[in-house]
Write a protein that binds this ligand. Structure first.
Ligand code: G3H
Ligand code: 13P
Ligand code: ZN
Length: 314
């Protein structure tokens, strides 16, 4: 059961009340760390790539980038006995979505959340029709992820968070497989100025009204020990703050099944890389100076898998 459709993994998680981290990659080293974490934890794996990652890997050619990721992920997955899925994160461009569908991704996200509800619905429906006709599942987003400034103002926040009634209609009329409801998170390392808080009531209402697997974007926790280590070796991450681990766990209790994580992997990697370069100034073999960064990424993922409850679920 190696390379699978993301829906297989998420439907099981939805039924059994746990979540899987969906982990962004741009290159080989992060994939290796993810695979090793999955094997050691016996967890299903969801790997995802942004449009930017696909352009980067293809050196500007999106078809080549999408094929590259499918071949690389499949190349590892085929020899494993844990399920591995590959997902397009934040698909906004029709040509990139089509490139990933034809290359063999297991699911795509159509992110038309910047548009008004009706346009988001019609754009999503269009992609669902195409993707479902070839057996690929689809994620969409409702509401908009808040920026750091917006997040401290509760009144303004309401304008961009998901509306549970709209969510019910959106899921019914679009046929989407997974939904990302905006409940107060944001992308990157600077998510909250004050106390970290998410709208659990809204999340619960969306789960009650849709019943499908839900996705938390902007879910990195930005662990203090990683921030401190990176800063010890010269990084400047002043004010970095993520979603605390206990809040992540609560989102799973309220219906989240896919936890999108990119920033944490980047932070763990750079902390390990800075440490290695500082401690071994004569090292110039990438297989050696990537060793510690990969270990830190792997350890972070293993811990996250335990928090989300997917360890032992493969
Ligand atoms: O949600 C965004 C992901 O962190 C991907 O970011 O566009 O820098 O690859 P990226
Ligand atoms: P973070 O920036 O919190 O890792 O969020 C990643 C994400 O949502 C990818 O879609
Ligand atoms: Zn996201």
């Amino acid at each position: 059961m190696p390379y699978v459709n993301t829906k297989t993994i998420l439907d099981k998680a939805n039924k059994e009340f746990y979540a899987i981290p969906a982990l962004n990659i741009n290159n080989l080293e992060f994939l290796q760390a993810i695979i090793e974490a999955g094997i050691e934890e016996r967890s299903p794996i969801i790997v995802e790539t942004s449009e930017g990652a696909i352009k980067y890997a293809g050196n500007g050619d999106i078809q080549r980038g999408a094929r590259f990721f499918v071949e690389m992920v499949r190349g590892y997955a085929d020899s494993l006995d844990i399920p591995v899925a590959l997902h397009l994160d934040h698909g906004k461009t029709f040509s990139v979505i089509m490139a990933t569908i034809t290359a063999g991704y297991g699911s795509v996200m159509i992110d038309a959340s910047e548009f008004p509800f009706e346009k988001n619905l019609s754009e999503t429906r269009k992609i669902v029709e195409i993707a479902h006709s070839v057996g690929i599942s689809v994620e969409a987003e409702l509401g908009k992820l808040v920026g750091i400034e917006d997040n401290v103002n509760v009144k303004e926040e309401d304008a961009v968070l998901v509306d549970p009634e709209e969510a019910e209609r959106f899921v019914k009329e679009s046929g989407v497989d997974f939904l990302a409801p905006a409940i107060g998170t944001s992308h990157g390392a600077f998510k909250f100025k004050g106390k970290a808080e998410l709208d659990f009531d809204r999340l619960r209402a969306v789960k009650d009204s849709t019943g499908i697997p839900l996705v938390l974007h902007g879910a990195s926790s930005v662990p203090n020990d990683i921030v401190e280590l990176a800063e010890k070796f010269g990084a400047d991450f002043k004010g970095a703050k993520g979603v605390p681990e206990d809040i992540l766990k609560q989102t799973v209790d309220f219906g989240i099944n896919k936890v999108n994580t990119d920033t944490d992997l980047r932070m763990a990697f750079i902390a390990g890389l800075r440490e290695t370069l500082a401690e071994k100034p004569s090292e110039f073999d990438p297989r050696k100076y990537f060793k510690k960064p990969k270990e830190y990424v792997k350890d972070l993922i293993k811990q996250r898998m335990r928090t989300l409850g997917c360890s032992g679920k493969a």
